[in-house]
Design a protein around this ligand. Structure first.
Ligand code: IMP
Ligand code: MG
Length: 332
């Protein structure tokens, strides 16, 4: 560490939640800041229980980790408060006073728009809430009595923690190819999803970041409309063990094999210093549960080597199963 940004390399759902939960326990993390909004769900398996978190940072699994919601976030109050109870983090979570609020009308507008339906949004109201913020008429967290107990200055807390050398993680959401600027426009989300934008949403300058960890899944998925090179059928995806449904909306995810050109773009735009390669066990079943590189089958080792060679960035972490600890850590 001390200040790491974690960003998705494809269309989200690369397994960021699992990587964050591992780092939270391993480092351990002192502070974890969530960016983005409720359109994104981070799935975490911990102690036999599955969590799909839309607001609470994935660092919650380490009970001493301070949890923050960034000023650039759009907060869904109901989801936030439900997840605070579910994870039992009431005494260690803070929300920046300047985070903006998603209201019921935003979700209604999202679902009622034929244009947004064509893009295949999650319907959670994030796009209309962002529009309202740009119009400068949005409600902010500081306007909401229910959020009073949680209000804090996330910018000050995060920068002070970094200056003291604490282990800080800036938790990105979604993936580069959903970025408003760098993705497959108009089939994208309503924000930039790159590492720089994650820093900006939190209020941390680029000189304070030590590490940019880009998460790539060993195959590619996307939900909603838009191009997907090399897309395979649902039947074929099921046969290969690559079929998934969305953690947030339950929709089928579309599937394609790993794509080196797309990965290269994600590495470039994010300025990656490390790669986390997830779900290797879905492509090479004999990798399941491996916790050392030596225990991987030869083909899986070759794939990891090829990713490293083509990206010119080390594959530091390799995911081999759903649990936070099903992972190969190659950093030392
Ligand atoms: P919106 O972000 O709800 O406006 O949806 C815009 C596009 O981004 C749609 O294709 C969604 O499926 C996609 N999207 C938004 N958030 C996520 C995510 O966390 N994972 C995967 N796809 C997402
Ligand atoms: Mg997700």
């Amino acid at each position: 560490m001390p200040c790491t940004v974690i960003a998705g390399g494809f269309w989200g759902d690369e397994g960021k939640g699992k990587i964050i939960s591992y780092l939270a326990l391993k480092e351990p993390l002192d502070l974890c800041v969530r960016t983005g909004s409720v359109n994104a769900a981070h799935t975490i398996w911990y102690q036999g229980k599955r969590y799909a978190l839309h607001m609470v940072p994935g660092g919650f699994v380490h009970e001493k980790c301070r949890l923050l919601v960034a000023p650039g976030c759009n907060v869904d109050i109901k989801s936030l408060l439900e997840e605070v109870e579910l994870t039992g983090v009431r005494d260690r979570i803070g929300v920046d006073s300047q985070a903006s609020i998603i209201e019921a009308k935003h979700s209604e507008q999202d679902k009622a728009s034929a244009h947004l339906k064509g893009i295949g949004t999650t319907g959670r109201g994030v796009g209309p809430a962002v529009e309202e913020r740009a119009r400068r008429t949005a409600k902010l967290a500081k306007d909401i009595p229910e959020l009073k107990p949680y209000l804090t200055d996330v910018v000050a807390e995060t920068n002070e923690a970094i200056d003291k050398g604490k282990n800080v993680l800036l938790e990105g959401t979604q993936g580069l190819l959903l970025s408003l600027y760098h993705g497959t426009y108009p089939y994208v989300t309503s924000r930039d999803t790159s590492a720089s934008a994650i820093c900006s949403e939190v209020g941390v300058g680029p000189t304070k970041v030590d590490n940019v960890l880009v998460v790539l899944k060993s195959f590619i998925t996307r939900v909603g409309a838009g191009p997907l090179a090399g897309e395979i059928s649902k039947e074929e995806a099921q046969k290969r063990g690559w079929f998934e449904t969305a953690a947030g909306t339950g929709r089928d995810r579309r599937v394609a094999p790993f794509n080196f050109d797309l990965a290269r773009k994600a590495i470039m735009v994010n300025g990656a210093t490390q790669i986390a390669l997830t779900k290797l066990d879905c492509v090479y079943p004999a990798s399941q549960g491996a916790r050392t590189f030596g225990n991987l089958p030869a083909e899986a080792k070759q794939f990891v080597g090829k990713v490293e060679k083509q990206m010119r960035v080390p594959v530091a972490l390799v995911g081999t199963g759903p649990d936070a600890l099903d992972l190969i850590d190659r950093r030392d």
